[in-house]
Write a protein that binds this ligand. Structure first.
Ligand code: GLC
Length: 598
């Protein structure tokens, strides 16, 4: 106790001295320079520090990052050639979407061999070289484990479907025809929505929550679980630093397949997330694989906030972190994942969701935060403003939000450039099975296709999957061939090469803000308090740690807006902002962000 007090006192003294010697520094071009003096005082007295809590994760969709061989598809060698760029961002962990052998029905989320590299992406040697290059640069690598289902082209499934007594039969969920049609399960990607597919060969149905080519593995079978742990250990032994786990709460199923209880009628995902043995299996996975290495684990799939802690409470020994879908789910029409109203969310709802999720991990456990990924549209289009006037400012504002919350930020490649939705007009331009099959489904059921296509311009996953924009040469420098998905035509101006030259670019702002987070543990570990809760325009919150208090003000609107923080801001010190002359006071300019020390 005594020791603790004296450390704090010394730290406060140090800060006073630093504050006296550092004026608020503002440059006269476009954005506020970083004044990150407060760092020294908060790095002590932090319990339970972990590298994965302090990391900024950068997600790469390998298909779209950099093509090294001109076949129009990004690959591992392409990523290796850009490691210095990745390092220059100031991120720590790279999460790669699935890179395993796959026929690509769902771009790698249908794995046909968990210990081979997808041909489009290269070879195992390419992977080893990439891993080496990353580790040499002190970057960690997280792979994407798709454990709930495999591809129907996986050897296990090929065997399983051969006969009812095949040794692999029980690796999947089969329902023999004589038992009658199984109770309904809805498939997310199927044209007719049916998750049971009849297979002639053995006169049985198999289960597929996603496409027909993604049969669900039977985790109730201990052999399947052991196979998965073996696969995990294989990659960990190679040096991989963790796994992002696709739809992980879906793994356990009641194999009597009872009717869906009424409470889950309109929310299949929530029902699928409530399998009877999910926690047992995650604890087993932890014992058999995760706990043997210093690795990170993050689970994907929507679970309600009241249940989230059960997955990440360290005492339960399951996973480190979990995503939630509540934030990115705002704005969809009731009972529809397909139709979105771009203005159908309010900042007050947004603040409530993120504040609620912060409170889940206030005492123990740890959260994640993201606004974009390969299943989401571009963050600036969805949550900011992609008009020429505000694309840069609002991108910077959103990046600041992600980098100042108490959770590990998962930052999606391309958002550091302010890349925005491509907004295809024609269904033929889409390559994603989700958009294509939903289109067919709506067409066949006589639904409103115009409404669907308009909605896809905002929400379709392909918006977030267009090739990365390196420079203004053909195909944005992504490929010398034909890109697998169209390049956003704005690459002529929105690209790395152009932004490297501009010290006020979105790219350089991201670098600066990521560094700022690193240097200020208060932004990682400090407590979070929402201010001015009912303010419809401004998101204001404080972060506090060991006597240091930081105020973050984010104007989410294209107009000037006021905020009432209850503090006297005239004496506050500006640490970072996205305008040349930051506002100090209660009024903020459009999409302005200001970080102040109180
Ligand atoms: C997850 C993935 C998504 C994929 C689905 C099926 O939600 O993020 O891209 O389509 O699972 O594997």
């Amino acid at each position: 106790m005594k020791n603790r007090k004296s450390i704090n006192f010394a730290a406060i003294l140090a800060t006073v001295l630093i504050a006296v010697s550092c004026q608020t520094s503002v440059n006269n071009t476009n954005q506020t320079a970083v004044n990150n003096s407060p760092q020294q005082k908060t790095s002590d007295n932090i319990p339970d520090r972990k590298w994965w809590k302090e990391a900024v994760v950068y997600q790469i969709y390998p298909r779209s990052f950099k093509d090294s061989n001109g076949d129009g598809v990004g690959d591992l060698k392409g990523i290796t050639s850009k490691l210095d760029y990745i390092k220059s961002l100031g991120v720590d962990v790279i999460w790669l979407n699935p890179i395993f052998a796959s026929p690509n029905d769902d771009n790698g989320y249908d794995i046909s061999d968990y210990q081979e590299i997808m041909k489009d992406f290269g070879t195992m040697e390419d992977f080893d070289e990439l891993l080496k290059g990353m580790h040499e640069r002190k970057l960690k690598v997280v792979l994407d484990l798709v454990a709930n289902h495999s591809s129907d082209e996986h050897r296990w499934f090929q065997e399983s479907r051969k006969s009812r007594d095949n040794p692999y039969r029980n690796y999947y969920h089969w329902w023999d025809e004589e038992k009658g049609k199984p109770n309904k399960r809805v498939s997310f990607f199927d044209v007719n929505g049916d998750a049971w597919k009849y297979d002639e060969q053995t006169r049985s149905y198999y289960l597929h929550y996603f496409s027909q080519k993604q049969p669900d593995l039977n985790w109730e079978n201990p052999q399947v679980r052991e196979e998965m742990y073996k696969i995990m250990r294989f990659w960990f032994d190679k040096g991989v630093d963790g796994f992002r786990m696709d739809v992980i709460p879906f793994i356990s199923k009641d194999t009597t397949f009872p009717p869906i209880p009424a409470e889950f009628k309109d929310d299949w995902g929530a029902f699928y997330s409530h399998g009877p043995h999910r926690h047992e299996y995650l604890q087993e996975m932890n014992r058999e694989a995760l706990s043997k290495y210093d690795v990170m684990s993050v689970g994907e799939a929507g679970v309600p906030s009241e249940e989230a802690l059960d997955y990440v409470d360290p005492a339960r020994k399951e996973l480190n972190m979990f995503y939630h879908f509540e934030g990115v789910g705002l704005g969809y029409m009731p009972n529809s994942k397909k139709i979105i109203d771009p203005n159908g969310w309010s900042l007050i709802d947004f603040k409530n969701v993120y504040s609620k999720w912060d409170s889940v991990f206030a005492e123990k456990g740890w959260g994640t935060i993201y606004l974009g990924n390969h299943d989401q549209p571009r963050m600036v289009t969805r949550w900011g403003n992609d008009s020429p006037e505000f694309r840069e400012l609002s991108s910077k504002m959103l990046s600041t939000f992600l980098l100042t919350m108490r959770s590990t930020p998962y930052y999606y490649f391309g958002d550091e450039l302010g890349m925005n939705n491509i907004k295809f007009d024609k269904i033929e331009d889409y390559k994603d099975i989700e958009s294509i099959n939903w289109y067919k489904n709506i067409k066949e059921s006589g639904g409103n296709l115009e409404e669907f296509m308009a909605s896809q311009k905002i929400a379709a996953r392909d918006n977030g999957r267009t090739p990365f924009q390196w420079d203004s040469t053909t195909n944005a420098g992504f490929t010398t061939g034909n890109p697998w998905l169209k390049v956003n035509p704005n690459y002529q101006t929105v690209n790395v090469a152009a932004q490297e030259k501009d010290e006020n670019s979105v790219l350089n702002y991201f670098r600066k803000t990521a560094k700022f987070r690193k240097e200020n543990p208060v932004l990682i570990y400090g407590t979070y308090t929402l201010l001015d809760k009912e303010n419809p325009n401004v998101y204001a919150f404080t972060r506090e740690l060991n006597g240091q208090k930081i105020l973050v003000l984010l104007n989410f609107k294209a107009q000037e807006a006021s905020v009432n923080t209850g503090f006297d801001l005239s004496k506050a010190k500006v640490l970072l902002g996205n305008y040349a002359v930051p506002s100090i006071g209660e009024r903020l300019k459009p999409y302005e962000v200001v970080i102040l020390e109180l």
